[in-house]
Design a protein around this ligand. Structure first.
Ligand code: MD3
Ligand code: FE
Length: 218
């Protein structure tokens, strides 16, 4: 089942079932055990993000006083990023409809009460490729608008196991996470014990960064 939220913005509620979510969470835990989460900082102000991040793949995204960029190594350990989790790669193959594999897997870690402000993702060279998002843990309120920051926005709740494909005319829309539902009444799984507080959320985004050689996409 899938729902077009906008042209190119396709929501697949419950794409990963319970066992697949647990398998992906275990794969993410292994990535973060080898390559620890870090706190990105705003380029100009040096203000820390409230979201913590990890990464996997040939490159991943970092942000510090020097700016935003994709790089092949962890910003603190200097080690190469671990491989992209296989369950996430399988979802890319099933949903992305793109002839080249993802090069980056950003891992966003939201403690209860954290958020991500409205932004665009435009640090990649290849906007022909979609971005694939996979959600684990607590539900979140995802807000999305248009190409202009002042365009009207709508909101949708992202649940654990949901996939979202962001491509085509939606690739450069403004979007953010307004809240995490770490509800007292919600029976939260401890998805990443020791890495994220109970009631937290983890989001993976798979991306192309460079233009694929010999692809028909350009
Ligand atoms: C729309 N992550 O990592 S996922 C991000 O839940 C990011 O952690 C949010 O925004 C999260 O940059 C939202 C859905 C998503 C991901 C990438 C997009 C929506 C997007 C890229 C372009 C447009
Ligand atoms: Fe984003």
């Amino acid at each position: 089942m899938s729902v077009a939220l906008a042209p190119g913005l396709i929501h697949h509620p419950g794409y990963l079932d319970g066992p697949a979510c647990r398998r992906l969470a275990a794969e993410v835990a292994a990535v973060l055990a080898a390559s620890p989460p870090f706190t990105p900082r705003m380029p100009r102000s040096d203000k820390p993000f409230s979201v913590r991040m990890g990464g996997a793949g040939p490159v991943s995204w970092v942000s510090d006083k020097q700016g935003y960029r994709y790089q092949p190594h962890h910003p603190e350990t200097g080690e190469p990023w671990p491989p992209i989790p296989p369950t996430a790669l399988a979802a890319w193959e099933a949903l992305a409809a793109y002839p080249a594999p993802p090069e980056a897997c950003l891992i966003n870690l939201y403690a209860p009460g954290t958020r991500m402000g409205l932004h665009q993702d435009r640090d990649e060279e290849d906007f022909d490729a979609p971005v694939l998002s996979l959600s684990l843990g607590s539900p979140a309120l995802f807000r999305y608008g248009g190409l202009a920051r002042s365009d009207p926005t709508r909101s949708v709740r992202l649940m654990p196991g949901d996939a979202l494909v962001i491509g085509g005319p939606s690739r450069l829309i403004h979007h953010g996470i307004d809240r995490i539902y770490g509800g007292q009444d919600l029976l939260a799984d401890d998805i990443l014990p020791g890495l994220l507080p109970l009631g937290g959320r983890c989001n993976l985004t798979l991306r192309r960064v460079t233009k694929a050689a010999n692809s028909d996409a350009d």
